[in-house]
Write a protein that binds this ligand. Structure first.
Ligand SMILES: C[S@@+](CC[C@H](N)C(=O)[O-])C[C@H]1O[C@@H](n2cnc3c(N)ncnc32)[C@H](O)[C@@H]1O
Length: 238
């Protein structure tokens, strides 16, 4: 029997209308949907984004929801990643394609990358369908552009001394996972004397989206801060 293929699908930042046509087509025909969830008690966010598309699914399909908890213990995490990969491999070995859905884009800080590393060793066919990444969604919601001409955009998933080292070289900084950050972020950014625009977006493109000037201090998970130096673009809507 021919093994199924793994399809990593980016479902965008939240609004189902930001799903790509290609993602919708793949979701409507995948026999297995793999929707990672961060806790047994919390529904998968990626799954809620594709819910309406799955309701139009023509044939029977199975939804698997492996756990990817937000813990720091690397050894414990590897066990979860391996468990998820084995569950997926089981389905692929039955000849079923598995659509692994992930928030934003699968190539950027995504649970998909951990599973992909394990599955690649198994010589399985893998397709990746890109999604609208959260930070471009956030820039759009804030009504700003991220870069032009020779400007450098830096994506920061964790604030530490590396940020202070590269700060002077970048023009726009996208700070993701802001719930993890402490006052250190503000201290580092404020050390730079250039003019700056600081905008935070929470729950981008969702019904309860918030866009505001300044840093986000309330530890919301879906929260991104964009710091734009040399800003001559005040035409945002805030
Ligand atoms: C694990 S990363 C996932 C990134 C995702 N793969 C992407 O392409 O955007 C999670 C971080 O992405 C950002 N994020 C994802 N969705 C968001 C949203 N709807 N609004 C604001 N930030 C979001 C937040 O910074 C969050 O902590």
């Amino acid at each position: 029997m021919q093994r199924g293929k793994l399809i990593g699908i980016g479902v965008g930042p939240g609004d189902p209308e930001l799903l790509t046509v290609k993602a919708v087509k793949a979701l409507k025909k995948a026999p297995v949907i793999c929707a990672p969830r961060s806790s047994a008690s919390r529904p998968s966010l990626a799954l809620s984004i594709v819910r309406t598309v799955l309701e139009e699914h023509k044939s029977e399909h199975e939804i698997i929801e492996p756990l990817f908890p937000m813990i720091e213990d690397k050894k414990a995490l590897e066990k979860y990643w391996d468990g998820a990969a084995q569950l997926i491999i089981e389905k692929l070995n039955q000849g079923l394609d598995v659509a692994f859905i992930t928030l934003g884009d699968p190539t950027l800080y995504s649970t998909f990358s951990y599973v992909l590393k394990i599955i690649r060793d198994e010589d399985i066919v893998v397709d990746i369908i890109p999604g609208v990444t959260s930070f471009t969604g956030c820039a759009a919601s804030a009504g700003i552009t991220l870069a032009e001409k020779d400007e450098i955009v830096v994506i920061v998933p964790k604030v530490d001394e590396r940020l202070s080292q590269i700060l002077e070289h970048g023009d726009t900084f996208v700070i993701m996972k802001t719930s993890r950050h402490t006052d250190l972020l503000e201290d580092i950014i404020n050390q730079d004397e250039r003019d700056k625009l600081i905008i935070s977006v929470q729950n981008c493109s969702m019904d309860d989206e918030k866009v505001f000037k300044g840093f986000a201090n309330d530890k919301k998970y879906l929260s991104t801060t964009i710091v734009k130096f040399r800003d001559d673009n005040e035409d945002n809507k805030n």
